[in-house]
Ligand binder design. Structure first.
Ligand SMILES: N[C@@H](CCC(=O)N[C@@H](CSC=O)C(=O)NCC(=O)O)C(=O)O
Length: 277
């Protein structure tokens, strides 16, 4: 699989790279970022996938989360995919929470989204094949995290493929999209009216039905301006009903911004590093 280098910069002794490739999954050019810690000079390192939220590209978390320092310290690589296909021939919507920048980590089955909006397949199949073939990454040591829409993606992907994603965490995830205006509109557009398809992309439903075999770490700002849309209580209740091991932390005074993410990102990278070995 071919890709081109957009930029590479030294960061905390490692390399922060940005790359571009032609995606078969989305039928578009996709950009992604990979941070390789210094330890990657000596062999394969564990991988933490970071899925971003609404309106983001690969760049927001790469530049705002402050994750590289901790990834370098714990010897773990970071991968930052984009959040949707983009481009002139790609469907879009005027709203910031549908279309480009709002792929919701599903494979759309409905027009006009279906031809390009295949972010589940892209993030779980195509991009892994590309990065594991071209970077010194340990395929057997993968964790996944994300923020907001990306937290939704991380939780639903980890609960669907726990044998692959050996650790999971989330920052302020969209926790119950089937019952939220951050979910119903997008699932209707991308997946249609088939609520069974919605439920397989809803972290609270998956938590209640199957949970995750390891421990789960969730951080949620108690002053998050989007609490009504995120619905953390649904996920917390599902964790209790499931007796899911893990930590659900309400962080006093924190909102939804990257100031919140950068405050707790060290905890999350440590969490993953401890579980990925
Ligand atoms: N209307 C706002 C909402 C966008 C926003 O807050 N996006 C968050 C993720 S929200 C859930 O997925 C985000 O990460 N923004 C990028 C950033 O760098 O902060 C708006 O358009 O600002």
């Amino acid at each position: 699989m071919k890709f081109e280098t957009v930029s590479e910069n030294r960061s905390f002794g490692g390399i922060q790279g940005v790359y571009r490739h032609q995606s078969e999954a989305t039928g578009t050019t996709m950009t992604f970022a990979v941070y390789l810690p210094p330890a990657a000079e000596h062999g394969k390192v564990p991988v933490l996938w970071y899925l971003s939220g609404l309106t983001c590209t690969h760049e927001n978390a790469m530049t705002k989360a402050g994750a590289q320092e901790w990834a370098a310290e714990y010897g773990i690589a970071l991968i930052f995919p984009d959040t949707s296909p983009r481009g002139e021939g790609v469907a879009d919507d005027e709203a910031y929470d549908l279309g480009q920048g709002a792929g919701f980590y599903v494979d759309a089955t409905q027009k006009p989204w279906a031809p390009h909006f295949r972010m589940w397949h892209y993030v779980t199949h195509e991009l892994p094949e590309l990065v594991f073939s071209n970077f010194p990454l340990d395929r057997e040591a993968q964790g996944i995290t994300g923020h907001s829409m990306g937290g939704h993606g991380a939780l639903t992907i980890a609960m669907t493929m726990p044998e692959r994603y050996r650790s999971v965490s989330a920052f302020a995830p969209i926790a119950n999209p089937s019952d939220s205006d951050w979910g119903r509109k997008q699932f209707t557009a991308y997946l249609g009216d088939d609520h069974a398809a919605w439920e397989s992309h809803d972290a609270s439903v998956l938590m209640r039905e199957r949970g995750y075999p390891g421990e789960v770490l969730i951080d949620q700002g108690a002053s998050d301006q989007f609490l009504d849309l995120l619905k953390p209580a649904s996920l917390a209740q599902a964790m209790i009903e499931r007796r899911q091991p893990g930590e659900f932390r309400m962080q006093k005074g924190y909102d939804h911004s990257y100031f919140f993410v950068q405050t707790f990102v060290a905890d999350h990278i440590r969490w993953h590093a401890e579980r990925l070995g």
